[in-house]
Design a protein around this ligand. Structure first.
Ligand code: UD1
Length: 415
């Protein structure tokens, strides 16, 4: 089986250019279903999840062409209303095709989604949103069937600011009649990026005081859009610099998107420098411990929780990390314990007592981010580790081993 062989213990040093954001590329590609005109998306990373979404869209009838990091999606003459299970079960983001299909065609059949095993991750809020927009929603076995003559604008209040539900509602409402207002909407940078594409396609969208307003249109037109840089990839590599007591710069980023991480890294004793589009960290001491809670943007993101815990595993004292977005996101803790880390998990809180050093391990990546965290732990460990199940890491990190090798990591893909 394919795995990374990692010889750890070397401080990383150098510059890594950051790719486009996976979590922005996926919904923006789905938005192409809202029009028959061509939609071009630039800065699309080469990732397994992106391949899955593009296969989903082309299986629905679109013609998709990739040139480098640009994806062109044009009409193939028809759109199918039924998405295939093989794509949606691989990745939760494929479920986003539901709203655009019903908005365009009046009906859609989409299997219930798969994706990272990081908690229950229901789709009730997606469906509640579509019902509020006037759709009839039926769940039949493992499929959802939705019909609507024409979606109509509505007031929707989300009990939690779900990223996926906000994106689902925003795309559906863009082709509804009248205004939709979504209270307590998610406004992560990736959601805002999708809104920017929709505006280029002719939508009118505003976000004021936590409420998202979408003025529905009878049709939308084509557009060209470059997705934002990946703040999760940038954060992972900055943490790799700190974990290996090295000096890493990430370029092509929006530093504001990394603000919560950077202030935590400063608290741990890292030296941070920023320019308009780059951030550097130098860490030449044991980090100070932290008390952290994950939260919606601009709070500390759940997707960087696991790599941050790896940093805290060698901190000079006791840290606590509370996971408040997903209920099953400490799946990697057992592997870190096998590496010598002292971590106790109780419900959604991990208590981490820092140790001087981590030891090598043979482990399997449980999901995208926990997989990346195990790679970072292996880079800090005093010997040779193997991390398998690279399918998970390849879903979310473009050319991880090349980027890490370029800053001095001894990491090889085997098999
Ligand atoms: C997206 C991101 C993921 C990130 C997460 C939180 C993509 C492709 N993935 O996932 O990387 O970790 O946001 O920032 O963009 N919930 C419900 N009912 C629903 C939908 C969600 O209860 O219908 C709950 C979830 O179980 C979770 C919380 O809401 O506890 C947040 O989930 P959500 O924001 O929807 O995450 P995703 O869109 O799946």
């Amino acid at each position: 089986m394919e795995h990374f062989r990692i010889r750890g213990g070397l401080p990383l040093s150098g510059t890594i250019h950051i790719s486009g954001a996976k979590n922005a590329a996926l919904p923006t590609c789905v938005a192409s279903l809202l029009t028959d005109d061509p939609v071009s998306i630039d800065r699309v990373p080469h990732l397994r999840d992106v391949r899955t979404i593009l296969s989903t869209i082309s299986s629905l009838g679109k013609q998709v062409t990739r040139r480098g990091h640009t994806v062109e999606i044009v009409s193939g003459g028809r759109i199918d209303y039924e998405a295939q299970a093989q794509f949606v079960q691989q990745m939760r983001a494929s479920f986003l095709v539901l709203g655009p299909l019903v908005a365009r065609l009046g009906r859609a059949v989409v299997p219930l989604p798969g994706g990272c095993r990081i908690g229950a991750r229901p789709v009730d809020l997606h469906l509640r949103g579509l019902r509020a927009l006037g759709a009839e929603v039926k769940e039949e076995g493992s499929r959802v069937m939705v019909t609507a003559k024409r979606l109509r604008g509505a007031r929707i209040s989300l009990p939690t600011p779900s990223v996926g539900a906000t994106e689902q509602i925003m795309m559906s409402a863009a082709l509804a009649s009248g205004e939709t207002a979504v209270q307590n909407a998610s406004w992560e940078p990736e959601v805002e990026d999708l809104a920017q594409l929709l505006v280029k396609m002719g939508s009118e969208i505003e976000h004021r005081d936590g409420t998202l307003f979408i003025q529905g249109r009878s049709d939308l037109h084509g557009a060209r859009h470059a997705v934002i840089p990946d703040r999760m990839e940038a954060g992972t590599y900055l943490l790799a610099g700190a974990i290996t007591r090295g000096a890493i710069s990430v370029t092509g980023v929006i530093p504001e998107h990394l603000r919560s991480l950077l202030s935590l890294l400063e608290e741990t004793g890292g030296d941070i420098d920023r320019t308009e589009d780059s951030v550097s960290i130098t860490m030449n001491r044991r980090p100070r411990p932290l008390s952290v809670k994950t939260a919606p943007y601009p709070g500390f993101p759940t997707d960087l929780q696991s790599p941050l815990v790896v940093l805290l595993a060698t901190a000079d004292g006791m840290s606590t990390v509370e996971e408040r977005i997903f209920e099953n996101r400490f799946t990697y803790a057992r592997d870190l314990q096998r590496m010598g880390a002292i971590i106790e998990v109780s419900g959604c809180v991990a208590t981490i007592t820092g140790v001087q050093e981590l030891h090598p391990v043979q482990a399997s990546a449980p999901d995208i981010r926990a997989g990346a965290a195990l790679v970072l732990a292996a880079l800090a460990a005093d010997g040779e580790s193997t991390i398998s199940n690279l399918t998970q890491i390849d879903r979310g990190y473009e050319a991880m081993e090349e980027k890490l090798s370029s800053v001095g990591a001894q990491i090889e893909r085997i098999g």
